[in-house]
Ligand binder design. Sequence first.
Ligand code: IPM
Ligand code: MG
Length: 357
Amino acid sequence: MTQQVLVLPGDGIGPEITAEAVKVLEALNRSDNLDIVLSEDLVGGAAYDVHGVPLSDETMAKAQAADAVLLGAVGGYKWESLDISVRPEKGLLRLRSEMQLFANLRPAYLFPQLADASTLKPEIVAGLDILIVRELTGGIYFGQPRGIRTLENGERQGYNTYVYKESEIKRIAHVAFQAAMKRNKKLTSVDKANVLEVTELWREIVDVVAKEYPEVTVNHMYVDNAAMQLVFNPKQFDVMVTGNMFGDILSDEASMLTGSIGMLASASLDANNKGMYEPSHGSAPDIAGQNLANPLATILSAAMMLRYTLGREDLAVKIETAVSKVLDQGLRTGDICSAGMTQVSCSEMGDAVVAAL
Ligand code: IPM
Ligand code: MG
């Protein structure tokens, strides 16, 4: 059965990195009777420039109709002074919210070949394999009320609201426990329950859901401590589950354990495993258009798409094996390049992965 994949390259390095993932998918279309049709559309600043909004209703409808979405990155200097309601990031947040992609899986896996690329000592990160499960459609990112208001004394005040309903906590907890069951059966729930009531409830609900997964060992950790533990002893973690904003922050931190944020893939899933796939990094406007970016996070996101949404675990493994082979060959983009390795461009890296398939 033919499956439809909508590609939204976005801004900055987005077009360069998605082009390499598309190359890989097209190669699999030819060689492994993968049967996907890829179409492309605009998101972020690129969409704003054409439509005056960071995601048009037509593109939103196409995303809803597609089997899966592959997204590059959004944002850039050019659009930073726009009103917040039409900033590039809003396009991404609308996709996540309207597609109900509440479960964001961000695997921080260290390819053994990159143990030297991390700024941490190799013995701290060798063997690292963490899965961050980030709630993606709630929390302070979406809570109401929000805005900037003027107080009686004329001073302005910015405000956001950090909210989670029991049902939202429950469903993300189930995703995390189920992931833990397939891994090392260890779950760390990250909160700030010593200060924030919303995460006091989070902790309580995670413990309720835990009763359904007696084989999984659960511990709770305050987010400040979790940030510290991630660099102190990251291998203590198997699966981490947390809210939207803490997950945003901790996943960037965890990415550096894997050598580079250019390695961190992600899947954003709804309740039926339909999803959007994107690298966890941003649009890197400073290196955009120079063929320097690392496309591996996007290529590995395409692998996650094959695994979670398109039902082709075999091809997901095939891509991951190809990436590993390319790293064995000593090929590195600038962000992960160390002494003795061969530095390659974004497109050369994509070509090498295709060749290694
Ligand atoms: C991410 C990004 C986004 C987020 C931005 C671009 C809105 O940082 O996917 O981690 O904050 O979720
Ligand atoms: Mg982020």
